[in-house]
Design a protein around this ligand. Structure first.
Ligand code: PBG
Length: 322
């Protein structure tokens, strides 16, 4: 035999030498769930070892993340029911939980990058990502609110706003609003190819944001489509997105790989709550080795072409890397 593939696999040193992809702490975006209160750190039932935190604990957490080499966080807030309405009014409150969370993070860790979720669902009495009229999710009205929300986040110190709602035309409108408000350095990470997925279940528990009626299929993408993802990505790039995202992660690695061929923008991927929950649950039952399954899933994102990985495993991975 002339060709023996196993020569390059025979010991750790040669395997390390020919490794095509490496995982680093700077690949990660750490999602964080913020709640009102003091001293709050409550575990999310369907996301073992993941917590909702009040601002004081959030401050401790980001300092710990920074020390571990993690350089970016993605903030989500849980809004109490009495502040929810159809227009998501609380989403543009400059004294709301999100702007206070942004400032809290920056006050203790000024160099960590703060990404903020821009979508109405945590603020919506219907649990939808847009204003509802006669059972319909109204696009353009929603987009104007998102633009206000993005500027408010930038005012509070966000480095990147991350629209996760899948309304049409939002990137262009948000970019224009940011420019008009002189936030020329504030970036946009667009959830460009976000699928209507069953894997968001635990996240909706975390924020109590499940849709009150129907589903999200009139705005999030149909899992059967891939060309449509590229259309979405290219349009967002044209409208001024700095980073594009594919979501969920593992079931959509083909989309990540395709996006890598079709766009020059850095690609982010979101390993969503259901993906985290699946690995955790199987590990809890002793059916999977958690650490190995976690590392393999992260490596899959790198191999597919992602530059940025949003994952609830970020901290666990970082601890393994040091
Ligand atoms: C909503 C939003 C969702 C997630 C991030 N932003 C859920 C949804 O679309 O219902 C899901 C993240 C996860 O499951 O980890 N704007």
């Amino acid at each position: 035999m002339k060709i023996r593939h196993r020569r390059l696999r025979q010991n750790p040193a040669i395997r390390a030498l020919v490794k095509e992809n490496q995982i680093s702490t700077s690949d990660f975006l750490v999602p964080l769930f913020v709640v009102e209160g003091e001293g709050v750190k409550e575990e999310i039932k369907s996301m073992p070892n993941y917590y909702r935190m009040s601002l004081d604990n959030l401050k401790n957490e980001v300092q710990e993340l920074w020390k571990l080499g993690l350089k970016a966080v993605l903030l989500f807030v849980k809004v109490p029911d009495h502040l929810k309405d159809n227009e998501g009014t609380e989403a543009i409150n400059p004294d709301g939980l999100m702007p206070r969370a942004i400032k809290a993070v920056k006050s203790v860790c000024p160099d960590i990058l703060v990404f903020t979720d821009v979508a109405l669902d945590p603020y919506s009495s219907f649990g939808h990502d847009g204003v509802v009229e006669d059972g319909e999710i109204i696009n353009d009205k929603t987009v104007s609110i998102l633009a206000e929300m993005a500027v408010m986040h930038a005012n509070a110190g966000a480095d990147f706003v991350a629209p996760s709602d899948m309304m049409d035309g939002r990137i262009g409108v948000i970019r224009e609003a940011l420019e008009n408000a002189h936030h020329t350095h504030t970036g946009i990470m667009s959830y460009s190819a976000k699928y209507a997925s069953a894997y968001y279940g635990p996240f909706r528990d975390a924020l109590d944001s499940a849709p009150g009626f129907g589903d999200k299929r009139t705005y999030q993408m149909d899992p059967s489509n891939s060309k449509e993802a590229i259309k979405e990505i290219l349009d967002d790039a044209y409208e001024g997105a700095d980073l594009i995202m594919v979501k969920p992660g593992m079931p959509y690695l083909d989309i990540v790989a395709l996006a890598k061929q079709k766009t020059e923008l850095p690609i982010a991927v979101y390993q969503v709550s259901g993906e985290y929950a699946m690995i955790k649950a199987a590990a809890e039952k002793g059916w999977l080795n958690e650490e190995e399954a976690m590392m393999e899933s992260i490596m899959a994102f790198k191999r597919a072409g992602a530059s940025i990985i949003a994952s609830y495993f970020a901290k666990d991975v970082a601890k393994l890397l040091i």
